[in-house]
Design a protein around this ligand. Sequence first.
Ligand code: TRP
Length: 329
Amino acid sequence: METVLSGIRSTGNLHLGNYFGALKNFVRMQHDERCFFFIADYHSLTTHPDPGMLHVNVKSVLCEYLAAGLDPDVATIYVQSDVPEVAELSLLLGMHAFVGELERTASFKEKIRKHPDNVNIGLLSYPVLMAADILQHRATRVPVGKDQEQHLELTRRFARRFNQLYGVDYFPECQPYRFGGELVKIPGLDGSGKMGKSEGNGIYLSDTDEAIRKKVMKAVTDSGPTAPDSPMPEVIANLFTLLKVVSSPDTVQFFTDKWNRCEIRYGDLKKQLAEDIIRVVAPIRERIRDIAADEAYLARVVKQGAEKARASASATVADVRRIMGIKPF
Ligand code: TRP
């Protein structure tokens, strides 16, 4: 069995791309592997230090995870800042992380380009804290997108360096977790690229039916096919990608035939797509609302998660202290 760890920064609501891209796979995976799912609120402080919103954002990701089907009795679901051991491990790992290699990471370079007025230590040591997240549980698999692969590479480097320096075989080298053929890339509704938070083209798990209808009806299309069986431009193919994810095979076939015969009416396609998205999102949205209202339940969930995560992390920190020569009198 692998130890899998997934972290998400608490900077906003989850959209259909998160749901079909990763969450659904997590829900399946939690029964097969030793899984940790955590909300990286320390990390979100590097760019979004907003005391009024931090807890709100952590809570919304937590509710959305639970509503989507992550089970706190099966997996370990926790908030990063509930596990202070990670801060100590980050401090210890930082002794062997070089400023030069941290300055060279793409994410750091991008941040200093975008926010030259806020080049803080937290940004520089972001990958060290992330390595601590992973190594505290000695995770072997980490599901991440392309943008995080360099951070995983650094985590492996820190693990190797630690093992070599102290002559131990302690930290495993974590590999990215790939969902294989099951990973669906969800496109945005603006005609190009994938659905994303920063792109502002997303349908959120918390969206109302009306909001979903509006967004789908506004999706970018073209002037229609000009000849039978013509190839689909990207904007239209994107709508079909969504349709394949949320609608029945019959519906997909119906609109594909319409397209091939040049009889497609985008208004009809969008109406159907909106209703089928609503069928997926509405029950999740209702569960999010119920869970969010149940403060006692949420408190139990994070407490239980923190206990399990701290048990795992404190064992690691004790080992690392000993390996590095910190000894009790
Ligand atoms: N850096 C990740 C992101 O922005 C979030 C994250 C923090 C993470 N710690 C992690 C992901 C550990 C995986 C493992 O998406």
